[in-house]
Every structure is written in structure tokens, then in C-alpha cells.
Design a protein around this ligand. Structure first.
Ligand code: FES
Length: 133
């Protein structure tokens, strides 16, 4: 026996899907809170490619290495609609849901639709250890 959904059921499901899309992104959210706690070591220097970065989804932080030995960190929550950025390479933090890109050097917008930079986050680097400040 097969079940054919009624027109009303299909419309209800479509509305629910559209509402989920409007609400933000899975794993992201509109808030900038994170699981980041000072002193934690969420990454090691070897995890972070030069001219790229490592996205720490749980901490909602992206750690970048614009130049060899120079490490920076930014919020990984996209300033457009709150998705977590998914990648950082070739000088850009990107693969955000709607195509925004941010500079690995300073978090500034290099491609919209985002208009605001990614806020900076404080880290410390001791040897090969990257810690949240
Ligand atoms: S949420 Fe990042 S580009 Fe839309």
C-alpha cells in the first residue's frame, strides 16, 4: 500500500521547510556564543594551513595562518545569516551558505552578501599549541 500525501500535507511540509531555512543554519544559529573556554587547546599549529585555516565547529571559531607562523582567530559565525563557515584556504574563509567570503588575515568581507567582518577572537600560541585566550 502506498500513501499519497494530500495537497494540504505537502503545503504544510513545504511551509515547515521554508521556516527552517529562514531560521538560520544547522550548526550555526544567530547568536555568537560558543563552546570556547579559555585555556582549551582546540587546535595545534600543524592543523592550520598557511594562507588558510581550520574551522572549529564546536567552538564556533576559525583559526587562520595568513603568513607562516602568524596565527589569528575569528568567529566562525557568518555575519550574513549566522551559518558556520565551512572552509578557509587560498586566503579566504568561505564556503559559507550563500557565498560570502572573508579574508584570513583580518576577517574582512571579500565577497558578499555579508557586509560585516567576522569578529576577531583571542588566542595564544605556545610552541605548537593554540589555546583560547
Ligand atoms: S549565512 Fe553566510 S553567506 Fe549567508
Amino acid at each position: 500500500m502506498t500513501h499519497t500525501p494530500s495537497r494540504r500535507t505537502v503545503l504544510r511540509r513545504t511551509d515547515a521547510g521554508a521556516a527552517a531555512l529562514r531560521a538560520g543554519c544547522a550548526g550555526g544559529g544567530d547568536d555568537d556564543s560558543s563552546a570556547a573556554s579559555p585555556g582549551r587547546e582546540p587546535a595545534r599549529t600543524g592543523d592550520v594551513p598557511i594562507a588558510g585555516g581550520k574551522v572549529l565547529t564546536e567552538e564556533k571559531i576559525v583559526v587562520t595562518q595568513p603568513r607562516k607562523g602568524e596565527f589569528k582567530a575569528f568567529s566562525a559565525v557568518c555575519t550574513h545569516q549566522g551559518c558556520i563557515v565551512s572552509d578557509a584556504r587560498d586566503g579566504t574563509i568561505d564556503r559559507a551558505r550563500h557565498g560570502s567570503g572573508f579574508a584570513v588575515a583580518d576577517g574582512s568581507v571579500v565577497q558578499g552578501p555579508a557586509t560585516k567582518p567576522l569578529p576577531g577572537k583571542r588566542i595564544t600560541v605556545e610552541g605548537n599549541s593554540i589555546r583560547l585566550a
